[in-house]
Design a protein around this ligand. Structure first.
Ligand code: ARG
Length: 576
């Protein structure tokens, strides 16, 4: 249940009844400190200022008509006119029972929207690098969250599968096939294959001529080139799929909507932009001049949408792509999880999209940018030799390190279980380290931190779940056996329950802002509240009614942590 929204409604009604103009914001937020109650309404001061009246007196008027009977046990005015709201223990307890009885731990669905999420987007014949890793992990967590809220989510893997580089790639694939026979899906080192193609192109005139010919043929729809192109896409995506599966990322081959998909739309787009007077010819190229972007001389910046040689650009594709997502996929909202360095590119593409009227204003195009992944030295994350880190190597290393850790922690488990735990912890650690950081900042990739059992890490959260779940297991009961109701007597119980019931607010925040770290922070704080509760409130040794009430709190905690981690794409373990 969304308690924040409920209280916000109630305070809004009271504001109006007390004389505030209709629609004045109640500004109800979760309280930052326990002494300010569970929620605080900050809207009174703004209204009082507008009306020219004393804010504390106005706050009192609002409280007089505020209807929170049975919901709040205490409502207080604080400071210049904040209203602090303390929720009723019995009301909280009743919500706990509801959440426990619900498979969605009490979270309601939202009105369904069609939401396109553009994420991962690796490039063909190239290894996925750390930038794609961030997009993949963050995007997938948001996708899971939106689906949980009942939305129709379209995963769009905008892979780089088009462009002039395919001439040299096809020419090289042909060469390799002639020399070694049929190429399997194992063309293992794609990065090396790409480099080799480039080298041949640069150094071998005959090869280069053939490659250029293939570009033209491929664009003209030649069957042989199309087949070779498809082979390159297949090999790449088979390899990427292995990474997705390992990482428990919900992408599959059907979600590929690469750049090539929009190719046929591009001539029409350029023609249309010319007709609308948006694109003009400049030095033989087709250019859109945007007033809101100035070049260094202070003149409107030109965005090229078609080169002099007739070729289209990355921007042209993204214009077509946004149009397609609105017209063909009926998107209400489009989220792009892309490196912050592509921000200007997107803003320019979308500015043209809006000016051309391809996507109406009410359909949001959202760039959810993220920073770079840095090494411990604060510089871009690289191998010791200075190359890009292959994702597979990174995941392998995480598994090795996790295996060592589990061996130290729990040497007596059998080998198979140890290996399974290590794998789960390893993937979770890589993901959680990324997810728990504020998306827009660069972040430091640090093995020791991310595999630590203390702090806001995957092992800590997974262990917190295992521990809570084990309390319930030790009690050896089912929820149905717990006939006594939840009763709140201790303030630690209340603090825990109040946090548990804010789960929906965390889910909604992630969906709205595309910031999974909000869920990580929520879960980490929840685990902390559980620890304080568990220290202060014995469970299994308490008398029966109290024991049952506390077991219910433990069960709801376990379910909430599991659900929260699941939305992040993090797997839990029953034993660690
Ligand atoms: N393939 C691109 C890259 O590696 C990312 C594509 C992101 N999506 C988009 N619609 N432009 O940089």
């Amino acid at each position: 249940m969304n308690i924040q929204a409920l209280i916000n409604d109630k305070v809004s009604q009271a504001l109006e009844a007390a004389g505030a103009p209709a629609g004045s914001p109640a500004a109800v937020r979760q309280s930052t400190k326990a002494q300010f109650g569970d929620y605080q309404a900050n809207g009174v001061m703004g209204v009082a200022k507008k009306l020219g009246i004393n804010p504390r007196e106005f706050a009192q008027k609002v409280i007089d008509v505020l209807e929170l009977d049975g919901i709040a046990e205490k409502v207080e005015i604080a400071g210049p006119g904040f209203i602090n709201i303390f929720l009723c223990k019995s009301w909280l307890a009743a919500r706990a029972e509801e959440a426990l009885a619900d498979a969605r731990v009490g979270v309601a669905t939202e009105e369904q929207q069609n939401i396109v999420v553009d994420y991962s987007a690796p490039n063909v014949a190239k290894e996925m690098h750390v930038g794609h890793l961030r997009s993949t992990i963050i995007g997938d967590a948001v996708v899971r969250t939106l689906e949980f809220l009942g939305h129709n989510v379209i995963r769009a893997n905008h892979i780089g599968d088009w462009g002039t580089q395919f001439g040299m790639l096809i020419a090289n694939l042909e060469r390799v096939q002639k020399e070694t026979g049929e190429v399997s899906m194992e063309l293992s080192d794609l990065e090396a294959f790409y480099r080799e193609s480039k080298k041949l192109y640069d150094e071998d005139e005959e090869f280069a001529a053939r490659a250029r010919g293939y570009v033209v043929k491929l664009q003209g729809g030649d069957e042989y080139c199309a087949e070779m192109w498809k082979k390159l896409v297949d090999v790449t995506m088979v390899q990427n799929q292995r990474n997705y599966d390992r990482l428990n990322v919900s992408l599959s081959r059907e979600n590929v909507m690469g750049e090539s998909m929009y190719n046929d739309m591009l001539p029409g787009i350029v023609a249309d932009l010319k007709e609308k007077g948006l694109a003009v010819e400049s030095d033989g190229a087709q250019v859109v001049f945007l007033d809101e972007y100035k070049n260094k001389d202070g003149d409107p910046m030109g965005v090229i949408i078609q080169k002099r040689d007739g070729g289209f650009l990355y921007t042209t594709t993204d214009i077509a792509c946004a149009k397609y997502r609105y017209e063909q996929l009926n998107a209400d909202r489009v989220l792009y999880f892309i490196d912050s360095r592509q921000h200007q590119h997107l803003m320019q593409a979308w500015s043209i999209v809006r000016k051309a009227g391809y996507v109406p204003e009410e359909v949001t195009l959202e760039h959810h940018a993220f920073g770079m992944m840095l090494g411990k030295d604060g510089r871009p994350f690289k191998t010791r030799a200075g190359g890009t880190v292959r994702l597979t190597d990174l995941l392998d290393e995480s598994e090795l390190r996790a295996a060592k850790l589990i061996e130290e922690k729990n040497p007596t488990l059998d080998a198979e279980e140890k290996a399974n735990i290590a794998k789960t912890v390893a993937m979770a650690a890589v993901k959680y380290a990324d997810l728990s950081k504020h998306r827009t900042t660069d972040y430091i990739f640090d093995w020791d931190n991310m595999l630590a059992f203390e702090g806001n890490t995957a092992p800590y959260m997974q262990y917190a779940y295992t521990r809570v779940a084990s309390i319930f297991k030790r009690a050896d009961v089912e929820l149905a056996d717990l006939t006594h109701p939840v009763v709140i007597n201790d303030e630690k119980e209340q603090a825990l329950l109040s946090a548990l019931l804010q789960f929906e607010e965390a889910v909604l925040a992630v969906a709205r802002e595309g910031q999974p770290h909000l869920m990580c922070t929520y879960l980490f704080e929840l685990a902390g509240k559980f620890s304080s509760f568990y220290e202060a409130c014995p469970i299994l040794n308490a008398e029966e009614a109290v024991k049952q009430s506390r077991l219910k709190l433990a069960l709801l905690t376990a379910k909430t942590i599991k659900q929260g981690l699941d939305l992040l794409g993090i797997e839990t373990l029953e034993r660690m």
